[in-house]
Structures are given as C-alpha cells and as structure tokens.
Write a protein that binds this ligand. Structure first.
Ligand SMILES: *[C@@H]1O[C@H](CO)[C@@H](O)[C@H](O)[C@H]1NC(C)=O
Ligand SMILES: *[C@@H]1O[C@H](CO)[C@@H](O)[C@H](O)[C@H]1NC(C)=O
Ligand SMILES: *[C@@H]1O[C@H](CO)[C@@H](O)[C@H](O)[C@H]1NC(C)=O
Ligand SMILES: *[C@@H]1O[C@H](CO)[C@@H](O)[C@H](O)[C@H]1NC(C)=O
Ligand SMILES: *[C@@H]1O[C@H](CO)[C@@H](O)[C@H](O)[C@H]1NC(C)=O
Length: 202
C-alpha cells in the first residue's frame, strides 16, 4: 500500500476512535477506555514489575469527597513515561467496564479529559508525549454510596513498544458515615492491574 494511502487509513481509524481513544500527536500510539487487549500484535503489555506507583491521599472516601491521586515512577528510577490513562473503578462492580466519579480542575495544557462511556472527565490522559516522572490529579467521588469500595487504575506508556496496563491502586473503602480518618495514607503501594486498554498503532 502506498504510504499516503496508509496515512489516510490511519487518519480515518484515528478519527473513528477519537471518542474512546486519545491519540498521541504523531498518531502512532493510542490509549482507549475500551477493551484490555493491545490492538497491535507485535507489542503486548509488559509483564515486568511496573516501575510506577499509584497512590491516593486517603485510604477511604465518602460520597462527593475529593481525593488526590498520584502516579509516579519508583524512587531513583531513571524511567520516564510519555502516556497514561487513569480512572477510578468500583470493586463492587468489578464487571463494570466504565469508570466512576470524575476528575476536577483538569489542567488541559498537561492533561486530556477523556469522557469514557460518555461520562465527562471520568478519565484522564496525557496532553502530549513530553516525558514525565509524575502526574497528580484531583478526583471527586460519586455523590452516592452505590459503588462501595473503589480503586484507581492506570495504564502507562513508556514508549511505543513498552507499556503497562491495568495497574490498580490500593482499595479506598467507602466510609458511609462519620468523620473521615483524614489519614496520611500515601503509601506508595505497588501497583496492580485493572481494566484499561492500550491500542498501539492507531
Ligand atoms: C535514592 O538515592 C539516594 C541518593 O543516591 C539514596 O540516598 C536513597 O537511599 C535512594 N533511595 C532508594 C529507595 O533507593
Ligand atoms: C471537565 O474538565 C474540563 C477541563 O478541566 C472542564 O472545563 C469542564 O468544566 C469539566 N466538566 C465537568 C462536568 O466537570
Ligand atoms: C497548567 O499547567 C501549565 C504547565 O505546567 C502551568 O504553566 C499552568 O500554570 C497550569 N495552570 C493551572 C491553572 O494550574
Ligand atoms: C511517535 O512518537 C513516539 C513518542 O514520541 C515515538 O516513540 C515514536 O517513535 C513515534 N513514531 C513515529 C512513527 O514517528
Ligand atoms: C485489577 O483490577 C481488575 C478489576 O477487578 C482485575 O481484573 C485485575 O486482576 C486487578 N489486577 C491485579 C494485579 O490484581
């Protein structure tokens, strides 16, 4: 296929998934909210221990509460990442394929607000492939108690061929009443895996 035709095809594919995906500026990598499998056959998610941590400002949450979420490379690592996707999920609704809550005050010069499943600002991605060691976002819990215990989940892209998908934070348990034990829960709990997807080569 001539390369111009290929470029047009890629452009069309990119436009088609623009609702769900965030394309890097050069169009070579896409992160989507949808399924878990990388789309590009040669490259699959890294199985090595993720060189990142995903931590939260609290180990509990109440409906409507605002939580700070931090994704950063492990201490003393020379690693940097170009892309990421971050959202909150419910343990009660593990089968749910959509995020809960929404991010607040998204600085659009740094981040892209992603409206997964038509839920505005429920997910955040990068605004550029500038190399990063840390991103910090503010998230607002749903206003009801329906979702029970929750966790955050992140996918991270180091470069075109190397990425980690479905990394889970520790659980934030729902505090149904009373005062929050405004804790200094910032333990850089090692990341686990959750439900986000990366399609490479869109
Ligand atoms: C990181 O590097 C500093 C200075 O080299 C060292 O003091 C510290 O112990 C290192 N931390 C870890 C977790 O390796
Ligand atoms: C979503 O985030 C954008 C960018 O920060 C903001 O302008 C918009 O008001 C937000 N929408 C909602 C529903 O929070
Ligand atoms: C958004 O991020 C840019 C780049 O880091 C910074 O210059 C700007 O002050 C930030 N805006 C807000 C409202 O924090
Ligand atoms: C696209 O950008 C990424 C990140 O900067 C880079 O790793 C990759 O090589 C680029 N791909 C092409 C085809 O330019
Ligand atoms: C992260 O959470 C998802 C959703 O429950 C689960 O499928 C996945 O196995 C979790 N990852 C790890 C490493 O436990």
């Amino acid at each position: 296929m001539p390369s111009t035709a290929m470029m047009s095809l890629l452009a069309v594919v990119c436009v088609m998934c623009v609702e769900e995906c965030v394309c890097f500026p050069n169009g070579s990598v896409v992160i989507s909210c949808g399924n878990m499998m990388p789309v590009h056959p040669p490259f699959t998610a890294s199985t090595s221990s993720p060189p990142f941590t995903l931590s939260t400002s609290s180990a509990t949450y109440r409906p409507g509460e605002v939580i700070t979420v931090t994704v950063e490379v492990v201490k003393n690592s020379s690693m940097e990442f170009q892309g990421f996707l971050l959202q909150a999920r419910s343990w009660q609704g593990q089968a749910l394929l959509w995020p809960i809550g929404k991010f607040r005050g998204i600085n659009t010069s740094l981040f892209t607000a992603v409206h997964c499943n038509n839920m505005e600002n429920s997910t955040v991605s990068q605004a550029s492939v500038a190399k990063k060691k840390k991103v910090q976002l503010t998230w607002e819990a749903p206003s009801n108690s329906y979702y029970g215990d929750i966790f955050f989940s992140a996918s991270l892209v180091q470069d075109y061929t190397t990425f980690w998908v479905q990394l889970n934070s520790s659980t934030l348990s729902l505090e149904s009443s009373g005062n929050s034990a405004a804790g200094a829960f910032s333990s850089s709990t090692l990341i686990f895996i959750s439900l986000l997807s990366l399609c490479v080569h869109c």
